[in-house]
Write a new protein. Sequence first.
Lengths: 326, 403
Amino acid sequence: MTTNLVRLLECNIRNSKATVAQRTMRVFSSQQEQSSVEDDEEFRVLNLRTIKQQARRRVIKKDAVPPPRTTHMPVDQDWSAVWSGPRSFHPASVPLPLRQGYTERGAAAPSKYANAELMKIPNFLHLTPPAIRQQCEAIKKFCTPWPKGLESEATWKAIFPVEVITTDYCHSLPTIRHPEARRVTITLNLVDLKFDAHAKDKFLRLVGERYNQETGVLTFTADRCPTRKQNYDYALYLLTACYHESFVTEPWEASKSEADMEVYLFERNKAKLSAEAILNWNVNGEKQAPSATYAESVEKLINEGENEYNIAKYKEEVLKMLKIAN
Amino acid sequence: MKMFRKQFGNLSRVSTHLSRNVLAARVAYRDVEMSTNAAPAEDVTSPPAVNEFRTGVTNPGDHSDVQVGKFYTIPLEEKKQIFSGGGLTKKYEQQIKTFTEACIMVRSPALELLHYIKNADLSKPVVRYVLYGDNGVGKTLSMAHVLHYGALNDFLLVHVPWAPNWMKRPKESANSATQEGFIDLPFDAAAWLIHFKTQNSKLLERLQLKTSKEYVWSKRESTPAGASLIELVEHGIARIKYASETTAALISELKQLATAGQCKIMVAIDGYNAFFHPVTRIFSDNKQRVTPDRITLTQPFLDITNYDWTNGVCILSVDKIAMTEGYMDSYLPRYLLGKEGFEHLDPFVPVHVGNYTEKEFVSYINYYLDRNWITKTQPGFEEQLKFMSNMNPYTLMQLVRSL
C-alpha cells in the first residue's frame, strides 16, 4: 500500500511542482512521527514466538448422579418390566446385594457397583419363572393341541422315525434371509430300516461316515440348494436312493476278496480248513465239521478283538473240539 | 485262613532264623566255593531242608495241585543236559548260580500243560499250546518246567530258547546257496544243532533213528539214506556252511519219524511270534531289511509247528519282548502273532501265565529268606514288596536284589 502510494506521489512530483510534493511528503512524515510518540508510552515486548491465546476450556456441567433406582422400587413390582430382555448387569437396576470378584484374603468381595466381573458373566435375570410363564401365556394363542395317540416319546418315535432339524434365524438386517437357514439335517436310527446282510453292508459303505457306529444314528445334512425346501427334498432323496441302491447286487461284487471283508467269517477262512483237517485226520468216509460254537468263538475273537473273556471262550471251544481232557 | 497263614508265616520265619545260625557257616563256606568257582555239587547232594515251600518230588510228571507254589529242584546233570544252551532266563541263571541250586516253583500254567500232555492222544495231529502273559510273569520258566518233563519222559526236544535272537542279533548272515533270495544264519543254526544234540544225544543213541533219504550237500559231501540222525547233526555242526540246511533236513526227518511212531517230539519255542514279525534286523545285499520268512531257519520251525504230523506236542510262547517298538501294545496272542501267525497256529490252546497268587508269593518270600537273599526284614516288608511288585515275579526278583 505504502509503496503504491509512494509511486503515485513520485508521478505527481514529475507532473507538478516540487513544492507541492515536498508538502505532501512532510504531511506523510509528520503522521509517522505521531504514531512513534504513542508507542513510546508502553514498553514493547519483543515477541519472537507468537503464543496463541488459548481458549478457555469449557467446563461441562454434569447433572448430579441420581440415587440408584433400586431405592425407589416397590416390593411387588413387575420384574419382567424392569428387566425385559437379555442385557448386561446393571447395579442400579437390580435390587440384590450381589458381590463378585477376587480380593485379598479375608476381605469381602467387591460390591455390585462398578464391578466388571458381574458385567462379564451372562445373566438370566430376564428368564425368571414368572417371565417365562408370562411369555408362554402370550404365545399360547399360536399353539395347536398335541395330536392324540402321540403322548409318549416311544410312540411318536415309532410312527415318525425320521427327524428333520432346521434352524430359523431372527435378526435385524436389511435382508431377513440367513444363509444358514437353508440347511436341513435329517436323522434316523438304522434299526428302523429293514435290510438283509448284503444290503446292510452295502448301505453302510454307501453312507460312509454319515452313520455313527456308536449310537446307530444315520444323519444326512443337505445345504447345497438355495432354499430349505429343496434341501429337504434332496436329503430325503439321498436316503431313499442309498436304501434302494443297497439292495442291488452288481456283477463286480462277486469278486469281493478276503481283504475287502468287513467282518471275519469262519466259513471263508483258513481256520475252517485247519479245523476240518485236524478233525478228519486219518478218517476215511464221513467227514466231520467243526462245531458252530467253535466257529462262533473264532469269529468273536477276531471281530470283537481280543480280551480275556474271548480268549478263555476260544480256549474252551478248542479243548472241546480237540477232545483234550480238561 | 488269613490268621492261619500269618501264624504259619511267623513259624516259618522262626524256623529260618533258627536255621540261619546253622547256615551261617555254610554260607561262608559257599562264598569261598563260589569265588573259587568250584562246582556247587556238594550242596545239591546234601539233602535239601524240608520246608513248607519246598517239595521233594523232583519228577515233574508227579507234580499235582498239591505242589502248587512249592519249589522243586532240578538235578544238576539234568539241568546241564536240558538248559546248557539256554532255556532259563539270564537273570534266573544268575540267581541259580547264587543260590547254588536250580529251583523252579511249581505253578499252575505248567501243571495245566503237563495235564494236557499226559492225557493227550498222540495219534491225533499235534496240538499247539501257546503260553501268553505280560512281561516277566514266568512264561519261559513254565516252559522250562514242561521241558524237564519232556526230557524225563523220552520226548525228543526241539527247543528254541529264544527265537528273536535269530531275527534281532544273528551272529552272521549269508546268502543261501540253495534258495534264491533267502538268508542263512549258519552260526546260529549250528549253535541250535549243538543245543539239540546236548539235549537229545542219549535218547538219539537209544532210539537209533535213521534218515529216510540221501541228503547231498555238495559234490563230495552227502549223508546217505539210513544214516543215523546223530551223524546228520554232527555233519551240520562240523560243516557250519550247511548248518541251516541240516536243520531243515533234521526237522523234516523228525516229523516223518514221529508220524511213523518211532519217536515222540516235544517242540518248545520261546518267543515264537518273532517268526511273524514284519521285519528283522538282518539286511540283504541291497541293504534292505529282510522279513522273517526269507530266513532259511524260519521255515523248518514253522513247518514243525504245523498240524500235519502226529506223536508230538508243541509248546510255544508269545512274548511282547520278542517284538520291537511299535508292536508291543498287548500281550494277547492274536495281536502278537498277527493275522498270518494266528492262521498258522489256529486252532491252538492258549494258556495264560499270570502274576503270583498269594500262596506263591508267600512261598517265594520264604524261599528268598531261606537262601539269605533277603536279610533286612522290617515288620511288614512282605506287604510292601507285594504292593511294589504287584506280585509280578520279575519285578519281585528285581526288588529283592537290594534287600
